[in-house]
Structures are given as C-alpha cells and as structure tokens.
Design a protein around this ligand. Sequence first.
Ligand code: HEC
Ligand code: HEC
Length: 235
Amino acid sequence: MKRLTALRNIALAFGLVAMTGGVAIAAETESAIAHGGRLYDKWFGENKAEKPTADHPAYPVKDGKYGKDASWRCKECHGWDYLGAAGAYKEGGHATGIKGVSAAAGKDPAEIAALLRDGTHGYTEAQLSNDDVAALALFVSKGQVDTSKFIGPDGKSLGDGAKGEVYFNTMCAGCHGVDGKKIKDAPLGAVASNGWEMLHKVLNGQPGESMPAMRALDHRIAADLVAHLQTFPKE
Ligand code: HEC
Ligand code: HEC
C-alpha cells in the first residue's frame, strides 16, 4: 500500500495522473473529461458545429429567453450545479422542471452516451460526433463535482479569496488582467455572482478557447479562485 502511494506520488510529480476523489485518472482521461465539461457548457462553442436555430424539442418553456440555440446546451436543462430542477434552476427564467444529471454519476459511460442519441435528446452526429458524445458521457459519469462542497446555497464561493487572488494573479491575469476586465467581451465580475457557473468554467475551461482547465488540481483551488472572482466589479 505504502509503495503504491509512493509510486502514485512519483507519477503525480511527472504529471502522469491526476487525482479525483482518491482515484487515479490517466492524463488522457482527465483532458477528455474537461473537453466533455466544455461541451456540457456550450457544445457548439467548443466543437464549432452549426448553432441550432429552433428550440430543442424537449425544452418545455415556450418563447423563453433561453430558447433557440441556448436550449440545446446541457447546462440549460440540467444546470451548472448538475441538479436541474432540484438545484439553482428550480425557479426563475432558467427553470425547466427537468431533473439533473447527478444521479447518472458513476454510471456506465456507454449507457449515458446512448441517452444522448435517444428520442428525448436527439443530438445528431453533425452536432455531436461520437468522440464528443464519449467525452460528454465521461464527464457525466466521472467528472461531476458535488458543488455544495465549494459553493453555498446563495451562489457564493466557500473558498478563500485571499488565496484565490494569488492563484489568479499568477495563472489567469496574463489573459484576463488583474481586474478581470482585459478580455473585453468577458468581464469576469459580471458572471461571478453565479458561483456554480464560474466553478464549472474554472474546472473545465471555456468552450472553444485555449484557457486552462483546473480540474486536475485540488478543487479547493478552483473554489478559492471563484471566491476572488466574486470580489471583482460587476461592470
Ligand atoms: C432541452 C432539455 C435538455 C437538454 C438540452 C439536455 N437534456 Fe438531458 N435530459 C432531458 C430530459 C427531459 C431527460 C429525462 C429526465 C427524466 O427522465 O425525467 C434527460 C435526461 C438526461 C440524463 C439521465 C439522467 C438520469 O438521472 O436518468 C443524462 C445523463 C442527460 N440527460 C445528459 C445530458 C447531456 C450530457 C446533455 C447535453 C449534451 C443533455 N442531457 C441535454 C432534457 C435535456
Ligand atoms: C490563455 C488565456 C487565458 C487564460 C490563461 C485564462 N483564461 Fe479565462 N478566458 C479566456 C478567454 C479567451 C475567455 C473567453 C472570452 C469570451 O468568451 O469572449 C475566457 C473566459 C473565462 C471565463 C468565462 C467568462 C464569461 O463571461 O463567460 C471565466 C470564468 C474565466 N475565463 C476564468 C479564468 C480563470 C479563473 C483563469 C485562471 C485559472 C483563466 N480564466 C485563465 C482566456 C484565458
């Protein structure tokens, strides 16, 4: 046992494996999970497939603000906290009454992949390739985080903002600026009030962008980053 731990630490030091919930995950799998997380966020931003123009057939809100292409995003029906109607989307403009994906964590990825081609979801191969579907299934099966450990019920991070500032200024400010405003289209303070969304993006990266995904590191680092992002000016 001791020897195994030592071996694992050596592997970790060489960046060969990452730890998730005490289970060693190969580097290739971890990056496929992050890709799946970005597809969950906005698949047509990540894989550059054509944006749908009509509401998703399973989207129950008529003439909703989040219809059309937005209604095809996994997060729109299942939530940034993966809890769907039982989580932050239980009410408000995003509410759909649809359950989350949290109960599918740990399930066989092949079963989850089949769901995405079923009558309810109906994603075509032009929208999500078989590799995309496999990455999404891996994310749902092995990549979901229990967000309640990191984000409070009010959407505020439970992390340490002072630590987060150190991480941000060394790892993120090069692209985003120390005030989060350097990328004009995405002032980070503006989206920071939604802690679950920020946590998802920090762990998995931004769809279609060469932004790092922090999920291979201790997730408390992501929570600390979100705490710091939540101190930024909103505009
Ligand atoms: C327009 C709404 C909508 C979108 C978008 C959507 N789903 Fe679903 N999803 C549903 C519905 C409805 C169900 C069935 C829920 C039920 O059984 O009551 C479901 C079920 C699931 C389940 C099974 C959950 C369980 O516990 O049985 C998984 C996993 C899932 N979806 C993953 C995804 C992924 C991944 C995406 C994005 C590629 C996605 N969904 C996009 C509506 C949606
Ligand atoms: C290589 C450059 C780069 C680095 C490094 C980087 N980002 Fe980003 N980030 C981007 C780009 C580009 C976008 C997308 C801007 C857009 O959508 O217009 C983005 C978007 C985001 C968003 C979503 C904003 C929104 O409006 O939806 C968050 C949150 C974010 N970054 C946080 C971080 C954090 C935290 C770090 C450090 C761990 C980081 N980024 C490091 C380039 C970077």
